[in-house]
Each structure stands twice: as structure tokens, then as C-alpha cells.
Design a protein around this ligand. Structure first.
Ligand code: URA
Length: 284
């Protein structure tokens, strides 16, 4: 284990820079955990006891007298995921307003992302908007400020919206996970599944006419798709929401566009498709 107390300032700063470069940018526990020691201990416990010089075991009882084997225990992690998923469904369904949904999410402890996040990042924009934008999850800036898309990707999103005559007063913005994944990693399928009932209810309560799904996590999760975002983007899909069908357009995520500016041409094509649909419906 690293003994930080024995390091000088320079070495400590270099170590922190290295952690940050590796995506480790928050502490999850107060005390360090030596996982190497833990797994060595587990392995030692799992190893069979050395043979004892005991008398030989009696022969097995006749079949009919033997007890039936106890049912195999369910793995603890699977059980707690199931319990958390059931609770997420129940909590989300019981929310009758967006404020109630925000409260239910804030008190939901089933998703571990909450433990490392600073705060819940629920939504921004107009709750009665006809257009709802769904991203992946908060980044460091969003986690600090408590609103979605306020960092560099958010600034690009604002420019993209402005290019087709929209701004945050005309759209509602949320994410498929409302807590920042540590180090900005992609949310896991389990985290996405746990948060899904909440974002689906959020969409139901906002009841937009159009959904814009930014990036693979939002598009695949909400459309129940395995196809990559490069294939999904730019193709209108139907999103079933209670007894309504909402037109959904997957698009490239602005954070990706910051890394791959040449792809902005495709994003611009998709924005024009959105603008065209809005104009035709007289919605913008
Ligand atoms: N990226 C997202 O997907 N959502 C945010 O809120 C910010 C960045």
C-alpha cells in the first residue's frame, strides 16, 4: 500500500496527477482498502484444509434417507440489484409530478453512483417543453453545479441548439443517469438499468413531442438497442411512452464532437432534420 505520509510534496503531487490522468478523481472511502491483501486472504480461506488423520467417514446413507440438497443460494449482488431495480420501478411509478420524481430520486439509495457523486443532477430547461434532450450522465462541472450540460459539452450543446433557433427555455434537458460516474466513465449496464425507470417516468411526465438522444448510452438504453450510435444517429425512431408515441432522434454526443470535430458535419445534418420536423409540425 502507498504510504503517502512518507512522500514529499513533489512526489505526492506527481502521484495525484497520475491518478487524475488515469481517471481516478475522487475518493470513494475514508480509509484506503488494500484489495490485493483482501483477495490473497480470500484465496487462502478458499484453499482446502490439509487432510486430517481422522477415521474414515461412514458410507453414505441410502438414497431415500438422504436430505434433499438445500436450494443454491442466490448471489448477494444479484439479489440486491433485483431489490434495487424493483424499488426503482416502484418509486418512479409513484411519482405524480417532476418535483416528486426529483425527491424520489434524491432518496433512492439503490444506485452506487450516488455514493461518489456530489449531488443529484436532475434536469434543466422548461418542464413543458415540446423537445426533451437526454444525455448520458453528469460530468465534473454538472456534479459541482447540479445542472445537466453546463460544462464544455454543454456549451457546445447550447451552440447547436442556437443554430436551429432553440435555447434552454424551449427544451428540457436530463440524463439517463442523474449522478456523475466517477472519473466520467461510461455508466455500467447495471447503473443504466437501475436509473431507467426514473428517466422513463421523467419523459412521461414532461410528455414532449420530440426526444433527442445524445450519444450511445441514451440512445441504446431508451430505445433498447444494441446498435452503435454511428448507425443509430440521424434515424428517427418511435419511443413508446404509456399510450403515446414520441418521435426520437439519436444524435452524436457533444462531448464526442469536441474530441472528433470532423463529425460535426453529421451532427449538423441531424440538427437540420430536427429543425425540419419542428418546422413542419409548427413546433418551434
Ligand atoms: N454529458 C452528459 O451526457 N450529460 C451532462 O449533463 C454533461 C455532459
Amino acid at each position: 500500500m502507498i504510504d503517502a505520509g512518507a512522500m514529499d510534496r513533489e512526489t505526492l503531487a506527481a502521484l495525484l496527477r497520475w491518478y487524475a490522468a488515469m481517471g481516478v478523481d475522487c475518493a470513494l472511502e475514508d480509509a484506503p482498502v488494500d484489495r490485493f491483501a483482501r483477495s490473497a486472504q480470500k484465496k487462502a480461506q478458499a484453499e482446502p484444509e490439509p487432510a486430517q488423520a481422522d477415521p474414515p467417514a461412514p458410507p453414505p446413507a441410502p438414497r431415500a434417507l438422504r436430505q434433499p440438497p438445500p436450494p443454491a443460494p442466490k448471489p448477494a449482488a444479484a439479489l440486491s440489484h433485483e431489490t434495487a431495480a424493483a424499488s426503482a420501478r416502484e418509486q418512479a411509478a409513484s411519482a405524480q409530478t417532476l418535483d416528486e420524481l426529483r425527491e424520489k430520486l434524491a432518496s433512492f439509495d439503490g444506485c452506487a453512483l450516488k455514493n461518489s457523486a456530489t449531488q443529484l443532477v436532475f434536469a434543466d430547461g422548461a418542464p413543458d417543453a415540446k423537445i426533451m434532450i437526454v444525455g448520458e450522465g453528469p460530468g465534473a462541472d454538472e456534479d459541482r453545479i447540479g445542472k445537466p450540460f453546463v460544462g464544455r459539452a454543454g456549451q457546445l450543446l447550447d451552440k447547436m441548439l442556437a443554430a436551429i433557433g432553440l435555447d434552454r427555455s424551449k427544451v428540457y434537458i436530463a440524463n439517463v443517469v442523474p449522478w456523475r460516474p466517477p472519473g466520467n466513465r461510461t455508466p455500467t449496464p447495471q447503473e443504466l438499468a437501475l436509473c431507467l425507470p426514473f428517466v422513463r417516468r421523467q419523459i412521461e411526465l414532461v410528455a414532449p413531442d420530440y426526444l433527442v438522444l445524445l450519444g450511445a448510452s441514451a440512445a441504446q438504453t431508451l430505445l433498447n438497442e444494441k446498435e452503435g450510435i454511428m448507425r443509430l444517429r440521424g434515424h428517427w425512431r418511435d419511443y413508446r411512452c404509456g399510450d403515446r408515441t414520441i418521435r426520437a432522434l439519436p444524435m452524436l454526443h457533444p462531448a464526442y464532437l469536441l474530441r472528433a470535430p470532423l463529425k460535426k458535419a453529421q451532427a449538423w445534418r441531424d440538427l437540420r432534420a430536427l429543425k425540419h420536423a419542428l418546422d413542419r409540425a409548427g413546433a418551434a
